[in-house]
Design a protein around this ligand. Structure first.
Ligand SMILES: NC(=O)c1ccc[n+]([C@@H]2O[C@H](COP(=O)([O-])OP(=O)(O)OC[C@H]3O[C@@H](n4cnc5c(N)ncnc54)[C@H](O)[C@@H]3O)[C@@H](O)[C@H]2O)c1
Length: 264
């Protein structure tokens, strides 16, 4: 059977997010801020969250330049009640949640044989439990609404080991990748797309330790065929694509935004 291909007008609107409501956790951080700015530029109203309201308000002023609504809400991404209250506040304010970008997180590195177990657990709580809590709270609303788009943040470290002390971070990101695929399969019947953006390294407070260590810096750069770290702007296209109708049949994907790090 011959199937009609979309009109030019419909194709040109594939990335349009006007009328959509997005929540970006970690919205005052490098990744979250860039993703939120991209979603706003394509028309979405955006709720940005992290723990400190002052930092969120600075980010909100920048994101709001696109002309859509930006609401900063402080919440602790590792606390289910706090996240539930933030999602409820979003629904009270905007009536729905169409898009979740789960970008809150923190990390630390130690040699595997010395990693203090409570520090290891903090990384798991922040990245795995935090991602799951956000997906569950937003996912419930999306199920009730009849669909939505969820974007987790993975990492090259979720696919490949590294000698630099990543036994917590790499393990956590591997779990985030599988959680993404798991939710994608469970929630396909509710028309919820669940995908991950997996970056290579980019410079933020999270990676300052690497930037400060010339030997480690060299190892990292040698592993990126593109020859540079990522810039926060490198994630905007991926975030808009995975949040929009352009990716309606894409789910469970780990989209590597890594300058070729995992290509060979
Ligand atoms: N920087 C990198 O090289 C790199 C590489 C791959 C993946 N990532 C991932 O990108 C995501 C964002 O990291 P980033 O590099 O932008 O770091 P960042 O430090 O700039 O941002 C992290 C954000 O998370 C928030 N946050 C941390 N813990 C929180 C909590 N318990 N409750 C609420 N908010 C909390 C922080 O306030 C901040 O807004 C993380 O998942 C990180 O693992 C980063």
């Amino acid at each position: 059977m011959e199937r009609e291909i979309w009109s030019l007008e419909r194709m040109r609107g594939l990335f349009d997010l006007a009328g959509k409501v997005a929540i970006v956790t970690g919205g005052s951080g490098a990744f979250g801020h860039a993703a939120a700015k991209g979603l706003a530029a394509f028309g979405a109203d955006v709720v940005i969250t992290s723990r400190r309201l002052e930092k969120l308000e600075t980010a909100a002023a920048d994101i709001g330049a696109a002309g859509t609504k930006v609401l900063p809400i402080s919440c602790d991404a590792t606390d289910a009640d706090s996240v539930e209250a933030m999602v409820q506040k979003t629904v009270d304010e905007f009536g729905k949640v169409d898009i979740l970008v789960s970008a809150a997180g923190q990390a630390n590195r130690f040699a595997a044989e010395e990693f203090p177990i409570d520090e290891w657990q903090k990384v798991m709580d922040s990245l795995v439990k935090g991602t799951y809590i956000a997906c569950q709270a937003a996912g419930k609303r999306m199920i009730a609404q009849g669909g939505g788009k969820i974007i987790t943040v993975g990492s090259v470290r979720g696919e490949l080991g590294h000698p630099g002390g990543y036994s917590a971070y790499g393990t956590a990101k591997g779990a985030v990748h599988l959680l993404t695929k798991q939710l994608a399969t469970e929630w396909a019947k509710y028309h919820i797309n669940v995908n991950s953006i997996a970056p290579c390294i980019f410079w933020t407070p999270l990676t300052q330790q690497v930037l400060d260590d010339p030997e480690l810096y060299k190892i990292f750069m040698q592993r990126i065929p593109w020859g540079r770290a990522a810039d926060p702007q490198d994630f905007i296209g991926a975030a808009v694509y995975l949040a929009s109708a352009a990716s309606d049949f894409v789910t469970g994907d780990i989209l590597m935004v890594d300058g070729g790090s995992t290509a060979g």
